[in-house]
Design a binder for this molecule. Structure first.
Ligand code: PGA
Length: 272
């Protein structure tokens, strides 16, 4: 039996209006309903779905999805406090959980690039997320220059050291890891570019990540590792066919119900 597959939509700073959000949700829910009726999707569907809307839409989206199987996630949480405080512009782990999110994305390359998120910043965010019982989709990956210079695994080691340090500080979290932590491997040069690494490259990197996590937390021998970066309806099947690739973190293609569900179906079929 293969692992639980995950397909997660990162909506980033989209869609523009709450009406557009509502239309996207309508399409997602109605297409999922139709697939169920027509048997287009396998009945013992393995693939879990999650979407991460903008913070401003999080509570409406969570409410709308509460009666569905789709989970909702925040895209980020405050590094400064897990609950309340004088941190203008921030949303805390407690606030996003209260809005209905059960997960948060952390360390996305756009946050690392535009908000200069550091090791210590991410260490705080992870700790806050787990303290509020949120699951974490932790994003890692190398830039084009680092890829060209064959530094991918060194970068991954450096980025995963946040997890390592957290577990040294809070060893009780080790037992939660396989339930509450998902790693998303996203080469920065593949995000939004239409360029993708080969499935073989992704597979080897995922194996490396799984071994690294098992090195910090010996009971976690198979952490969930997703691939992200220009995943679409056409290439999802090739990623889904590799046993090291447990799902996808999808940006652009998650903004259309049809392509998002086509990606989910690719992972369902590979796991059927
Ligand atoms: P993309 O984004 O699918 O548009 O490349 C992926 C991501 O940033 O998570």
């Amino acid at each position: 039996m293969s692992m639980q597959a995950w397909v997660i939509g990162n909506w980033k700073q989209n869609p523009a209006t709450s009406n557009d959000v509502s239309v996207l949700l309508d399409e997602l829910l109605s297409k999922m309903g139709t697939q169920k009726q027509t048997g287009t999707t396998t009945s013992n569907s393995q693939c879990k779905l999650m979407v991460a809307p903008s913070c401003i839409h999080l509570s409406a989206v969570s409410e709308r999805l509460a009666s569905s199987t789709i989970l909702s996630a925040a895209q980020d949480i405050s590094t400064y406090s897990a609950n309340v405080g004088a941190y203008t512009g921030d949303c805390s782990a407690q606030q996003v959980a209260d809005a209905g999110a059960t997960w948060t994305i952390l360390g996305h390359s756009e946050r690392r690039q535009y908000h200069k998120e550091s090791h210590d910043c991410l260490l705080n965010k992870l700790s806050h997320a787990f303290s509020e019982n949120l699951g974490v989709v932790f994003c890692i990956g190398e830039t084009q220059t680092q890829y060209n210079e064959h530094q991918t695994l060194d970068i991954i080691d450096a980025q995963l050291s946040v997890i390592k340090d957290l577990l040294v500080q809070q060893p009780h979290l080790i037992s939660l890891l396989s339930e509450k932590l998902i790693i998303a491997y996203e080469p920065v040069w593949a995000i939004g570019t239409g360029k993708v690494p080969t499935v073989e490259e992704v597979s080897k990197t995922h194996q490396y990540i799984k071994q690294a996590i098992a090195g910090f937390a010996s009971n976690v021998d198979n952490i969930t590792v997703l691939y992200g970066g220009s995943v679409n309806a056409s290439n999802a099947g090739s990623f889904a066919a590799d046993p090291m690739i447990d799902g996808a973190l999808v940006g652009g293609a998650s903004l259309k119900a049809e392509s998002f569900l086509a990606i989910a179906n690719a992972f369902d079929q590979a796991n059927a």
